[in-house]
Ligand binder design. Sequence first.
Ligand code: HEC
Ligand code: HEC
Ligand code: HEC
Ligand code: HEC
Ligand code: HEC
Length: 447
Amino acid sequence: MILWLAACRPALDAEELRDPQACAECHPDHVAEWEGSMHAHAGDDPVFRAMNAKGQRETNGALGDFCVKCHAPLAVALGEATDDVDDLPPELRGVTCAFCHQVDAVEGDHGNPLRLADDGVLRGGIRDPVENRAHASTWSPLHDRDAPESSSMCGSCHDIVTPLGGHIERTYAEWQGSLFAKPAFGLSCGDCHMRGREGVAAEADDVKLRRVHEHTFPGVDVALIDWPDRERQRQQVQDLLDDTVNAWLCVSPTADGTTLVVGTLENVASGHFFPSGATADRRVWAEVHAYEGEREVWSSGAIAPDVAVASASDPSIWRLWSTLLNEQGQPTHDFWEAASLDPGVLLPVQTTLDPNDPTYVSTHLQHEWLVVGAVPDRITMQLDVRPIGLDILDELVESGDLDPSVRDAMPTFTLGSTVLEWRLGTPSNAGGLSCVPDAPPVVAAPE
Ligand code: HEC
Ligand code: HEC
Ligand code: HEC
Ligand code: HEC
Ligand code: HEC
């Protein structure tokens, strides 16, 4: 009897199709993974809601649907929301299944120019989908990570130009300028962000094993309020960050008894800038400590967990983030006032990964510190990342738009591959620098 009912239940109607919970019966893994993603979180994200509220107030509503169009895109497409998400039912908040899987055209390169089909057919990367009673299915190159077009579906939502013309988030443009967008190399957004595994695409009759794709979409941001799967999300972000950057730490005593410390960083695994996306909100910095025996004699970038790195009085700090500039060229934290962006990031690999190839372009960055008045025998370095600066959050708490508990939840990640320790006695190279690991890409000897 139950079987008979199930078999005869009609296809999902337009309204049911919008609800991720209507997919859970047959796609339980996809739903569970997506529920813990920043895509599901995009409409509930407390920092998004605080910034949007502040923006609406300060522009007297002129901001309109600018923010909501990307953070609750289905609601805007259906005409259910414009300037906030407060009254939206859960199924219209965030970047949902029904939004991504109904895209049938990309009509621009920023600001969510995605067109939705109105035929109720769900698009995906499967070329021979098994028929099912809930919905019709079809293959689409916009959804197949093996097709180069697929990056335009993701990318055109991951590029923001403000109403004042500031190209302030440019993950898509960054990727387009990298090795990864070159057909010969070819790694799409989905290749790196939707890990494949063998499995079933649906818990249903007649399905076969195929490559299915993870829907957790880790990046840098994490949920800062009670949200499904927070532990897994944090771990996935940590794992992704751990292999992103190559680092070198070089040391050389100088003639006048001071010690020169040189840090080198190279982005080797991120398909765009590091950091990317909201690079003006990210806080990325190097933390360096020098010791004589057990005693710490010098440090740079040693920031306590509850201190805003932007306000730390440390003139020698090496920081990697961008600054938004308003129409007068003054720094601002408010998207809606941004007319341009002053970038401060690591570029992705441009032409080839092989340093011996003549077309190789080195995109490393370097920073120098001087340790005065001590002769360290041990120096450590690491790169730290806060998804959003505490100074940004402080402004939102102060304006009454953000609950202070959100600030307390902001994590600091340390990139595993950048944790280095130099010890006195490490052999010097031809240029007189003593480096760990031994061979930095193109570190010049000190003048
Ligand atoms: C009654 C079960 C059932 C329900 C409910 C269901 N699906 Fe499916 N879906 C399937 C089956 C079966 C396939 C085909 C799997 C295969 O061929 O391996 C499929 C395929 C897909 C595909 C891939 C299409 C392609 O060609 O690549 C997408 C995307 C999809 N479903 C999304 C959804 C979404 C979103 C929902 C909720 C709104 C949903 N499905 C609800 C059974 C279901
Ligand atoms: C940000 C856009 C996006 C969202 C949101 C999204 N998907 Fe997908 N999904 C994709 C893409 C892209 C693929 C195809 C990947 C490929 O084949 O290269 C895919 C593939 C699938 C497939 C086919 C099997 C597979 O793993 O390839 C199913 C089923 C599916 N999604 C269901 C869902 C469900 C259910 C939800 C919501 C709970 C959802 N998706 C949310 C982009 C999205
Ligand atoms: C070669 C693999 C690779 C490709 C291709 C790639 N990414 Fe990433 N992406 C990463 C890694 C690694 C990180 C984590 C390090 C970082 O933040 O850059 C990341 C981080 C991100 C983030 C977090 C933002 C941040 O601060 O860095 C976003 C958003 C993102 N990617 C979107 C995209 C989109 C959209 C595309 C396609 C236009 C894309 N990625 C292509 C590897 C890739
Ligand atoms: C409708 C617009 C839209 C589309 C289409 C879209 N995204 Fe996103 N994506 C978002 C938004 C909005 C967020 C972040 C929400 C937040 O942090 O509040 C996000 C978050 C992410 C993150 C995590 C970023 C971080 O900072 O940690 C990654 C990675 C990502 N998306 C990759 C993709 C990939 C890959 C695709 C294509 C398969 C895609 N996105 C398609 C809007 C979109
Ligand atoms: C074109 C689509 C788009 C528009 C427009 C957009 N966002 Fe986002 N937003 C994203 C994507 C994609 C991410 C994912 C992470 C990233 O790229 O940093 C994101 C991330 C965020 C985050 C979390 C990351 C961070 O550090 O800030 C906040 C907060 C946010 N957006 C607020 C807003 C506000 C407020 C507006 C309007 C003033 C807005 N967004 C407009 C697509 C958009």
